[in-house]
Design a protein around this ligand. Structure first.
Ligand code: ATP
Length: 561
């Protein structure tokens, strides 16, 4: 199918904010595709080239795109940059400058969806000497072969910033409607395989039966099961029943570990493949898990190399994104893993097995190894008193709280179900995303030093406050303004005076004194005295707290008076 047809769909999606309309637009488009085209079209509709967990990344920065637009339009880079400064969106810059179609050498005839997809995918394979030039050449060819509007979407796809406002939910519902299958089956199939493009193909070719027959497979991440929150041990028992398993809640980050023969892969709860960042964990797994094929669920925690004491998540979060000097990091910031669940063992899928039995299997396969691998500390009890004692002990040992788990529950990927609950003593924080910032003044003038925070509202982000406290002057003491500046600078999309707007990408956990109603921000709320707690490198934009939660928290604090 021609790429221009997909471009029409992008435009139609951008032209409406109504989710039902977006769904009808996508469903109509999907119906017209043949089974070979469905996967690539679905990925492109999401603005991506690979499933989210795939190690291959498009990896194109704004400078490469600017050069490509310049090559393809014949205009100087300076002119393109000036336009970018004015408009703030390189997609629109491409649209304006590539409106007249120039002669293409690579593609004759009309550009097809398949050509765009295949060639953009090639970008991730280009390496070594002269690779930037080759990438520019390839993008420029695609831009030249497309219309102005088409160029806009090619650029936005390269920059992973499609902006059609059609998120996962809309796509899922459109697939169900296009191929006449149940929404719940599409969701379940996705939670197990985490690849919506192949789910779409199965929906088209094998209908509901095909979706229901899908199994998790070792090597492909599975959506992790999440937990609800309870206020007390008593309330916890009401949710998970008696007797229940009670675990320490460790303050680290979640890791799903897959092993298939020699290959070990590590995924964050966001489905990011972080195997190369943690060769130390790979070694622990080889040594201390007695099986060649499995999927285990665990928490990674850091410890002090002198005392062996656990460190807070903040201290190890930098390791998640770190791509260089890994060996130094291992020495500086050592980690261990605490295992709490298993969903595949020796090739057998265990998600339908009751938690109590899964945990028994887990205990048998793990060799406990101090400062490397351990099982989550756990008791099984029906006594509120014993539960409370265990909770107090957990806190005094430095854990964040406890998790209570239903012994006969299955593992339900992707859901925040009541098969487990968490209990933490602290006031609830919010995970928010930075959407703007301001350069500091005086001795802070080289740093971004105040940050505009936003919560999620569907696929949109709504501002909720400005924050500049909780940061350190120096890196060694915690997260510094320098660090924030380094993280945000590549995301800047426009500047005006001291203010910058940034692409949502940096997620932070924030505490505050109160949530107030306010007309100053488009969320309708404002945080009173927001304060930085930590970076949440382990979370993605989908995990940013939404307006519903903000409003619920605001209400609950009012009812507390
Ligand atoms: P939080 O912000 O409180 O960490 P979250 O949104 O990251 O919460 P929740 O589902 O609310 O995730 O809390 C469960 C998380 O706690 C798990 O994702 C896991 O990372 C962590 N955890 C620590 N110890 C355990 C344990 N023993 N069993 C299960 N999860 C644990």
């Amino acid at each position: 199918m021609e790429y221009s047809k997909l471009v029409e769909i992008y435009e139609a999606l951008s032209g409406t904010s109504k989710l039902l309309e977006k769904r009808a637009i996508i469903a109509g488009f999907l119906k017209g595709l043949n089974s070979e085209e469905v996967e690539s079209a679905v990925l492109l509709l999401e603005g991506r080239l690979f499933p989210e967990w795939d190690r291959r990344k498009i990896g194109i920065g704004t400078q490469t795109v600017i050069k490509s637009i310049s090559t393809s339009s014949g205009k100087s880079e300076d002119l393109i940059k000036a336009d970018w400064a004015k408009i703030g969106d390189l997609g629109l810059v491409a649209e304006r400058n590539i409106s007249s179609k120039t002669q293409s050498t690579l593609f004759s005839g009309k550009l097809t969806i398949d050509q765009v997809f295949t060639n953009l995918r090639k970008l991730s394979e280009i390496e070594g000497g002269g690779s930037t030039g080759k990438k520019i050449g390839l993008i420029a060819e695609l831009l030249s072969a497309s219309s102005g509007v088409g160029a806009k979407y090619i650029v936005r796809t390269c920059l992973e910033d499609l902006r059609t406002g059609a998120g996962f939910g809309v796509l899922r519902d459109s697939i169900a409607s296009a191929f006449d299958v149940e929404v719940a089956n599409v969701q379940t199939a996705y939670d197990l395989t985490t690849d919506i493009s192949s789910v779409a193909k199965i929906a088209k070719t094998k209908s509901n039966e095909g979706l229901l027959a899908l199994e998790l497979s070792v090597g492909n991440p599975v959506k992790v099961m999440l937990f609800k929150k309870s206020e007390s041990i008593e309330e916890g028992f009401d949710v998970v029943g008696k007797p229940a398993a009670i675990d320490y809640k460790y303050d680290g980050f979640r890791l799903q570990i897959h092993r298939s023969g020699k290959e070990i892969k590590l995924f964050t709860r966001n489905l990011e493949d972080v195997t190369s960042q943690f060769p130390d964990i790979v070694k622990m797994i080889e040594k201390d898990v007695n099986s060649k094929e499995f999927i285990i669920d665990c928490e990674v925690i850091g410890y002090d190399k002198k005392t062996g004491k656990w460190k807070p998540f903040q201290d190890i979060s930098q390791r998640i994104k770190r791509k260089y000097e890994i060996e130094e990091m291992i020495k500086e910031v050592p980690v261990m893993i605490i295992v709490f669940d298993i969903i595949n063992l020796d090739g057998e899928n265990l998600i339908s097995m009751p938690f109590g039995e899964r945990r028994d299997k887990l205990s048998k396969v793990i060799r406990e190894d101090p400062l490397a691998v351990s099982l989550a500390k756990e008791i099984v009890t029906d006594s509120v008193e014993k539960g409370k004692e265990f909770y107090a002990k957990a806190l005094s040992d430095g854990a964040e709280g406890v998790m209570m788990k239903k012994l006969d529950s299955v593992y339900k990927p992707g859901s925040r179900v009541g098969y487990g609950i968490k209990i933490k003593p602290v006031m609830e924080t919010l995970d928010l995303v930075v959407v703007g910032s301001e350069w500091g003044t005086g001795k802070r003038s080289k740093w971004l030093s105040s940050f505009i925070l936003a919560c999620r509202d569907g696929n949109d982000f709504k501002e909720i406050g400005k924050m500049g406290t909780g940061f350190k002057e120096k890196d060694e003491e915690g997260v510094s303004f320098g660090k924030m500046t380094e993280l945000l600078k590549p995301l800047v999309v426009s500047e005006s005076g001291r203010e910058v707007r940034v692409k949502p990408g940096v997620i932070i956990e924030v505490k505050y004194e109160e949530i107030q109603k306010s007309t100053n921000y488009d969320s309708g709320f404002a945080l009173r005295f927001p304060r930085f707690v930590r970076l949440r490198d382990d979370k993605g934009l989908k995990d940013v707290d939404d307006l519903k939660r903000v409003s619920k928290l605001a209400k609950s604090q009012r009812s507390r008076g």
